[in-house]
Design a protein around this ligand. Structure first.
Ligand code: TRP
Ligand code: SF4
Length: 440
């Protein structure tokens, strides 16, 4: 299996994806005690993560953390895109610094749009929808990749620790791949990591909420951070906890610094072996590692390091298209766009693929299959907030007590409200309002 961010395949078996790529399961402990957990978190739509624990802990302890995500401004925004913004809006309410990349460079490199077209999509379609979906201007920055010099610089500089074999293995690039495309993952790494530069708030936990197709970029960004670290805190083969200096420059200063940090953290049994570039912490446990590492990361900037935390990520499932294939802007019948009229949406829902039986009699007898039903998916992802109500629909579908006609009618009604609400909010928007979100 390969995850390709630019292909149009859908993924069915999310558990297998998790196992194969070492993505962690997004378990209840990670969201249960967050303030008003969002429905996408509660309902298993977000099915996996990398390094979410530190985000959870930052929310709980009210420490600074950042969100960075991005969307390609190509074509119209649909319900699949809405999910990411719904997540961002939720995390913004818990105190995150929000950063959103308008991936115009990527849209240019991979979708063949000019930067000018991408800009137009962003300003007339994406931003008004972000705002209508509830994004607040406070602690929020939306920027264009093509206009963000720090992102582009970082992309170039970080490229030093990535080689061609790694890019080929991760993305399947080959001799025919064009260089703009080859470079775009580094731009995305620049997006993800630049929010930890001093100018944008400094080193701190950063969450990247994305669809699972973006995992290769997450792995690349996490690997790059590791490659640039000056310290490594780990359990040794003989089961000791050690801090190791990874570079050959300033070794004794780095060890002095680590020693001081460890003492401040009240570790007492330190065994420093300068020739190994190591300090063994005899009174530390494995659970202390992340804590120690965090304290060390922050000091790396003093020695010419970046002081970047490894970015965390959550992965959400894709929405199935209304027709049963992938939801895609290029096939309007598969997607409900945020600017669709209620009539257009009605037609798409009427024609959608449900999990109902072949005949009504059969459905009454054997029940329907909500897990294979796109109308149910609309309820689950977007239309029904109350978990109890959703559960009742699920149960009565399974029991054969519901007809797909009834469900569709209800979905149409709720979708109409949603679309009209967004429309009203978009229309009340002035250009000055949009400007407040854009990086100057
Ligand atoms: N590659 C993403 C997409 O295909 C867009 C994107 C650009 C992004 N930069 C990002 C996503 C940074 C998350 C983080 O839509
Ligand atoms: Fe889907 Fe409703 Fe039909 Fe069940 S009854 S398959 S939930 S549309």
């Amino acid at each position: 299996m390969k995850i390709d961010p630019w292909s149009s395949t859908t993924y069915q078996d999310y558990a297998r994806l998790r196992d194969e790529f070492g993505i962690q399961e997004f378990t209840e402990e990670l969201w249960k005690d967050l303030p008003n957990p969002h429905r996408l978190l509660r309902r298993g739509v977000i099915f996996g993560h990398r390094g979410f624990q530190i985000i959870h802990d930052s929310i709980k302890t009210k420490k600074p953390w950042a969100i960075l995500t991005g969307l390609m401004p190509s074509g119209r925004m649909h319900l699949g895109h809405k999910m990411v913004i719904d997540e961002v809006v939720y995390y913004q309410s818990t105190g995150a610094d929000v950063n959103i990349a308008i991936a115009d460079i990527e849209a240019f490199a991979t979708r063949g749009h000019t930067l000018k077209e991408a800009k137009k999509f962003a300003l007339t379609e994406y931003l008004p929808n972000y705002i209508a979906l509830g994004l607040k201007p406070e602690k929020c920055r939306v920027y264009f990749q093509s206009m963000q010099q720090d992102v582009k610089d970082l992309a170039y500089i970080l490229g030093k620790k990535v080689n061609w074999s790694q890019m080929q293995a991760t993305y399947g690039f080959n001799g025919m791949s064009n260089m703009a495309h080859v470079f775009s993952p580094l731009i995305q790494t620049g997006d993800i990591l630049h929010v930890q530069l001093e100018k944008y708030g400094g080193g701190r936990p950063t969450l990247v909420p994305v669809g699972v197709d973006q995992d290769p970029h997450i792995r690349l960004s996490r690997d790059i951070v590791q490659a640039h670290r000056l310290y490594n805190v780990t359990v040794t083969k003989d089961n000791r906890i050690g801090v190791f200096v990874k570079t050959n420059k300033n070794v004794s200063e780095l060890l002095d610094n680590a020693e001081k940090i460890l003492q401040d953290l009240s570790f007492k049994k330190l065994n420093r072996i300068t020739s190994y570039k190591a300090i063994y912490i005899l009174d530390a446990e494995e659970e202390d590692i992340s804590h120690i590492d965090e304290a060390l990361i922050k000091t790396e900037t003093k020695f010419g390091g970046y002081g970047f935390f490894q970015p965390s990520a959550t992965f959400h499932r894709f929405m199935t298209g209304l027709t049963g294939e992938k939801m895609s802007s290029s096939k309007p019948e598969t997607a409900i766009f945020l600017t669709d009229t209620p009539e257009e949406a009605t037609k798409k829902i009427m024609n959608s693929k449900t999990g109902g039986g072949v005949t009504l009699a059969e459905q009454k007898k054997h029940g329907g299959k909500p897990d294979e039903c796109v109308v149910y998916e609309l309820f689950l992802y977007h239309l029904i907030e109350d978990d109890k109500e959703l559960q009742e629909i699920y149960n009565s579908c399974r029991a054969g007590e519901k007809t797909c006609g009834e469900c569709k009618k209800y979905a149409i009604e709720l979708m109409k409200e949603l679309l009209l609400d967004l429309k009203r909010k978009r229309e009340s928007m002035k250009d000055t309002r949009i400007q407040r979100y854009l990086e100057k």
